[in-house]
Design a protein around this ligand. Structure first.
Ligand code: AHR
Length: 537
């Protein structure tokens, strides 16, 4: 799809003049770029599944230990051992699904280590993330209780790399069998008489890499073997997830799906990180654009992987899951030493990255089942940051607010959009993607998505440019706007962040938009994300 208006065409419209009035005077020196969009409110794509806004928590650095779990005797304010600020902030945000315990960690995790009396739980070495020892004080019960506290659906990643089908089927029985078997009675004795009813089970993580360095055919053979022993204990219907590709690797998907040969599988996961070449607080406009320019590759990967899956699964019974995604910057060693492995500060740039991803999920709502950003607290593109595992401070990052801005889309129907500069498919990227660093850095342009339900139309717009304000004129097709309101996340410094000294520098503010008849007009300052909610007739 390609859609372009010339600047001259736009400048000739009277709308441009009225848009200028919406921008704060004297703030920007460069002339605003006029952008045009069409929102086809009468052309529905699919439901924006709340699961597109799901998360991932690994035993890595200070994500689980310190970020989520501080222990019941901690001086850090806690709810039964869970960091109170984490619980409160996540409840407010809403986490639809939470994947655990890894990541790479999952394929070296043995669930029995994390149940029973704390004093008897073994200490294990975390071989993937720095060889520190785990005391296993956070295990199955603690994770499920955390999910219940924040209202998330638990998603377990089962161990294929160093595990066995027996270990996985036992974990399923332990969790889901109501009562009367030795394993279910053990669960009850450990404090949970009611079955956990865990539905989502990933069978192996990154089996092409840290999960066992397998070939796709081998990974699918393992999958079949493990899945063969999975049971819907106690009537909990399982949703089994097979290990998909690193990025847009068609070779992996073909090899896996051929060998799978229609064997039972409900979800297929892919991972696609957006690597950055600079430390989080030290991006330049060029390196920022290089990172942003990976996002169209993500969108293309979703389209192409779904198309490929369709050849094996034309009825789309298998859901495509973007199981891990997010910006992965060059993290300074000093930050990791101080706060934990992969501790990554989040900036206005990161928030724009989050919004670029969330816009993609709306636009491709018919092709996706779930998306889990990496990771929940402290690690990579997190929504919360603490000053290390022992630190008392906990801030909501710019990413948190980007997710908040997209919350109004949840469960609405995504609708088709066209806008200046948006076009798919892209030219072939070469390589298999997955840890993408773009080669060229042309400045990124407007990003947009929309959804509707009943009398509401929600539109999210992103201006990723650091040097250019945008005045966006959206034509609404199939609906009439009566009024609209909006919120904005914006900072003109791409490296601005919510620090422990200034925890609320980047936060949501009201933003004026003009919504009337078949027109929505939005002024976007450089580096901004706006969500407008329109009352429609
Ligand atoms: O999220 C960090 C790591 O990235 C995960 O452990 C792994 O699955 C991926 O390579």
């Amino acid at each position: 799809m390609s859609f372009r208006f010339t600047r001259r065409q736009f400048a000739q419209t009277a709308a441009a003049a009225s848009l200028t009035a919406l921008l704060p005077r004297g703030v920007f020196s460069a002339p605003a770029a006029a952008k045009k969009a069409v929102i086809h409110a009468d052309q529905e794509i699919a439901t924006v599944r709340p699961e597109f806004h799901s998360h991932f928590a690994e035993h890595l650095g200070s994500c689980t230990y310190g970020g989520i779990w501080v222990g019941k005797n901690s001086p850090i304010p806690n709810v039964n051992g869970y960091r109170k600020a984490t619980v409160d902030y996540l409840k407010e945000l809403g986490v639809p699904v939470l994947r655990w315990p890894g990541g790479c960690f999952a394929d070296d995790y043995h669930w029995r280590d994390g149940i029973g009396p704390l004093s008897k739980r073994p200490k294990r070495v975390n071989i993937h993330w720095g060889q520190y020892t785990e005391d296993n004080s956070f295990g199955t019960h603690e994770f499920v209780e955390f999910c219940r506290l924040i209202g998330a659906e638990p998603y377990f990643a089962a161990n294929v790399g160093t595990g066995s089908p027996e270990e996985m089927r036992d974990w399923m029985e332990y969790c889901n069998y109501p009562k009367g078997s030795t394993l279910s009675d053990e669960r009850a004795a450990n404090g949970s008489p009611e079955p956990f009813k865990i539905k989502y089970w990933g069978i192996g993580n990154e089996l092409w890499g840290c999960g066992g360095a397998m070939r796709p055919e081998q990974a699918a053979t393992e999958y079949r073997h493990f899945a063969n022993y999975a049971r819907n204990f106690g009537g909990t219907e399982l949703f089994l997830i097979g290990c998909g590709p690193n990025g847009n690797d068609a070779h992996w998907t073909r090899g896996f799906m051929e060998t799978l040969a229609n064997y039972r599988m409900q979800g297929y996961s892919m991972h696609f990180y957006e690597n950055g070449s600079r430390p989080p607080l030290d991006f330049t406009p060029e390196t920022m654009y290089a990172q942003f320019n990976i996002f169209p590759r993500v969108e293309q990967a979703i389209v192409e992987q779904r198309t490929l899956l369709d050849t094996y699964d034309p009825a789309r019974r298998i859901g495509l899951i973007l199981d891990e995604w997010g910006v992965w910057d060059r993290i300074p060693r000093s930050d990791e030493e101080r706060y934990g492995r992969l501790w990554q500060q989040a900036t206005m740039r990161s928030a724009i990255g989050a919004a670029l991803g969330l816009n993609i999920f709306n636009r491709q709502a018919d092709k996706l089942y779930m998306c889990n950003i990496a990771q929940l607290v402290n690690v990579l593109q997190s929504v919360l940051l603490t000053d290390g595992p022992e630190g008392k401070n906990c801030v909501r990052t710019a990413n948190y607010w980007a997710f908040m801005l997209f919350k109004p889309h949840r469960s609405k129907q995504a609708v088709k959009v066209e806008y200046d500069g948006y076009s798919l498919p892209l030219a072939p990227a070469g390589g298999r993607g997955g840890r993408g660093v773009a080669q060229q850095e042309p400045p990124s342009e407007l990003s947009l998505s929309a959804s509707r339900q009943g009398g509401e139309l929600v539109v999210s717009l992103v201006n990723p440019r650091h040097d250019q304000e945008m005045q966006v004129d959206c034509e609404l097709r199939g609906v009439t706007a009566r009024k609209g309101s909006a919120q904005i996340l914006h900072d003109s410094d791409l490296n601005a962040c919510n620090s422990f000294d200034h925890p609320d520098r980047i936060t949501l503010k009201p933003h004026e938009v003009s919504a009337e008849g078949n027109r929505l007009r939005v002024a976007l300052p450089p580096l901004s994300i706006v969500t407008a909610t329109l009352q429609i007739g």
